[in-house]
Design a protein around this ligand. Structure first.
Ligand code: NDP
Length: 313
């Protein structure tokens, strides 16, 4: 792969200012001679780039050699068409474990310690104490983390640190440090059965679309919470709304949704024990630095005639 010029697409502005990454990569690639520039996403801006770093796909990218997604998920890219066009696609898997792990720990603590309720009361200047039996502590409770990759491992580390016991689910049930029992995906209903928190951390694929539906929600305890930091499509959202309405589960913390932004008339906004966050579980002001680290290694490898890191196509 020839690599003279890398563009940073304006769509990354949803996560960090493009100029930050351009400056950071510019410094790092001085030695390699690769030029890094911000582009506006138009075909003209892209024409003299070999590669682009982006949040979103544009048709013009089918003419490049390499597209790098600043996210771990690549569900928004047309993988088959990129493959046919001979374009390499890489992702940023591996950089999100700390940020998402801390967000999930925050959800767990908020739900148990009722912090989301105090925040809601504060907006109304109301001094509302919880009932005597509402607040609880998480040490000794069990979580089930579905997906034990970069995200899942970050989550497991934070939850075991809080004193929870953790089970896990993945396709090949190999043991994982900090995880008591690893179940294969086929045993998902059994795995979620005695968890107080079920945490989703899998990619959205044909195999995981609708992975958590009516039966899986029914298999959860009625005092259990679903935490989704994966992708909205991993959960059957109407089945989730029904389970919440019928008190089949206690609540949820949701960072991702079938439709984003979550429409204003979605019932998910209105449940007392549902925390809604706007797909920002991985946000951190260091995000661009982490992306730059992945890209620097890729530029080095491409210079040595190897594949860039995290190649998915
Ligand atoms: P990884 O590729 O590192 O890990 C994915 C994990 O999911 C692996 O353990 C893999 O299992 C498991 N998995 C894949 N398919 C299945 C399946 N059918 N059943 C059970 N387990 C499965 O990815 P990341 O951890 O970095 O990211 C995971 C996803 O999280 C991303 O694709 C993205 O959609 C989402 N994400 C969301 C963010 C947010 O802001 N909310 C931020 C970052 C990521 P195995 O070990 O068997 O291969």
């Amino acid at each position: 792969m020839r690599l003279d010029r890398i563009g940073v697409d304006e769509s990354v502005a949803a996560v960090f200012p493009p100029g930050r990454l351009v400056d950071r990569l510019g410094d790092a690639t001085d030695e390699s001679g690769v030029d890094v520039t911000a582009v506006d996403g138009s075909p003209e801006g892209m024409a003299d780039c070999d590669a682009v770093v982006t949040l979103e796909h544009h048709e013009a990218y089918l003419d490049l050699s390499w597209v790098h997604s600043i996210q771990a998920g690549v569900d928004r890219f047309p993988r088959d068409r990129l493959r046919e066009a001979g374009v390499a696609l890489t992702n940023s898997t591996g950089i999100h474990g700390d940020a998402v792990g801390e967000t999930v720990a925050g959800f767990v603590l908020a739900l148990a310690r009722r912090i989301h309720e105090y925040a809601a009361s504060q907006t109304a200047n109301e001094w509302n104490r919880p009932d005597w039996d509402e607040a609880w502590t998480v040490a000794g409770e069990r979580a089930c983390v579905i997906g034990l990759g970069g995200l899942g491992r970050g989550i497991v580390g934070r939850l075991t640190g809080l004193g929870l016991d953790v089970d896990g689910v993945r396709r090949d049930p190999l043991p994982e440090p900090g995880v008591d029992r690893v179940y294969p995906t086929g045993d998902l209903r059994e795995a979620v059965g005695d968890a107080r928190f079920v945490v989703l951390a899998v990619p959205l694929t044909d195999a995981t679309r609708g992975l958590v539906g009516r039966d899986e929600l029914a298999a959860m305890d009625d005092d259990a919470y679903l935490i989704n930091v994966a992708r909205g499509g991993v959960v059957d959202q109407s089945a989730l709304v029904a389970a919440l309405r019928d008190d089949e589960i206690a609540g949820a913390a949701l960072d991702v949704f079938e439709t984003e932004p979550l429409p204003a008339d979605s019932p998910l906004w209105d449940f007392e024990d549902v925390i809604v966050s706007p797909h920002c579980a991985a946000y951190t002001r260091d995000y661009y630095r982490h992306v730059a680290t992945v890209l620097e290694e890729s530029v080095r490898r491409v210079g040595d005639g190897e594949d860039p890191v995290n190649r998915v196509v």
